[in-house]
Design a protein around this ligand. Structure first.
Ligand code: FE
Ligand code: FE
Ligand code: ZN
Length: 289
């Protein structure tokens, strides 16, 4: 049975409001095979403890679900490159807590934005992030959830908008088995990697392979971009309604190398979340055939 073609590994980021298990229900309602969640409120430092009951409900929903790929995304306040000592300390503590939460939920990858240096320079950021990751990984030896470094648009002082940045961080982390990479189509395009025709799409992934290594690629964020090529601005758009158009998503869905990598929408939810996600998922499904 050609399961991977008929049943592509696609899904969306879903809300955990009312409990982590609710995200699975939302994913199931849209016939998703992949899911991304925050493990806590993404705009606060504080996190409500995940109770045994929360885990139990999540596990039960999971057993009944057709979703096969489970990804987490860390909160937005975390910046393990911060030169501000208070923010840095909170960020390391929060990321450590998040990876433990993700592991308890059985998420295979926890996506993080590498960090922003706030004018201290990119080399400073890359060293500080790698140092933080080494500390966090050492402090959580029994965990299997990988930390997935996300390619960024390079907005403000964020690093991660060049494949070289990602490669350099991986290089400086000792336990590389604990790391992976998330390729966000909107971010990477806004960072200046072309995806809009087959030749350039292939060239971009050839570069990714040469500089980082395709073996690290475990998650796709599938978003169109409101902002132009190389704008270094991060604004997601519905598939086909932004600067990327539909072609890159066709290439992505039809590339055999990526068949087993989860592809997750982070497109605008709008007033009717279900209708918006459903429309974008249908576009991806139509390309998988
Ligand atoms: Fe992200
Ligand atoms: Fe993303
Ligand atoms: Zn983004």
């Amino acid at each position: 049975m050609a399961a991977s073609k008929k049943d592509p590994l696609i899904g969306a980021h879903m809300s955990i409001s009312g409990g982590v298990h609710n995200a699975i229900k939302s994913g199931d309602a849209l016939n998703c095979r992949a899911l991304q969640i925050f493990t806590k409120n993404s705009n606060q430092w504080k996190a409500k403890v995940l109770t045994e009951e929360d885990i139990e409900k999540f596990t039960q929903a999971r057993e009944a679900s057709s979703i096969r790929a489970y990804v987490g995304h860390v909160g937005y306040l975390i910046n393990v490159a911060s030169p501000r000592e208070d923010i840095y300390k909170k960020s390391v503590a929060s990321l450590t807590d998040e990876i433990i939460r993700a592991d308890r939920l059985g998420l295979h990858d926890l996506v993080m934005h590498p960090g922003a240096h706030l004018k201290e320079g990119e080399e400073y950021a890359l060293r500080k992030i790698s140092d933080s990751l080494n500390r966090i990984i050492d402090a959580t030896p029994d965990i299997t959830t990988r930390l997935a470094l996300e390619t960024t648009a390079g907005q403000g002082t964020n690093v991660g908008y060049k494949f070289e940045h990602i490669a350099e961080m991986i290089d400086m982390v000792e336990n590389k088995a604990r790391l992976s990479v998330c390729f966000d189509t909107c971010h990477t395009f806004a960072a200046g990697y072309e995806l809009r025709n087959k030749k350039d799409f292939n060239a971009t992934f050839r570069k990714f392979d040469e500089i980082i290594g395709l073996e690290y690629l475990t998650v796709f964020h599938v978003n169109d971009s409101k902002k132009p090529f190389a704008s270094r601005v991060d604004r997601h758009e519905h598939l086909g309604e932004g600067e990327l158009g539909l072609e890159p998503f066709k290439f992505l869905m039809q590339d055999k190398r990526f068949a087993s990598i989860p592809k997750i929408l982070e497109t605008p939810k709008g007033d009717d979340q279900k209708a918006n996600d459903s429309r974008n998922l249908d576009i991806l499904r139509s390309f998988a055939k």
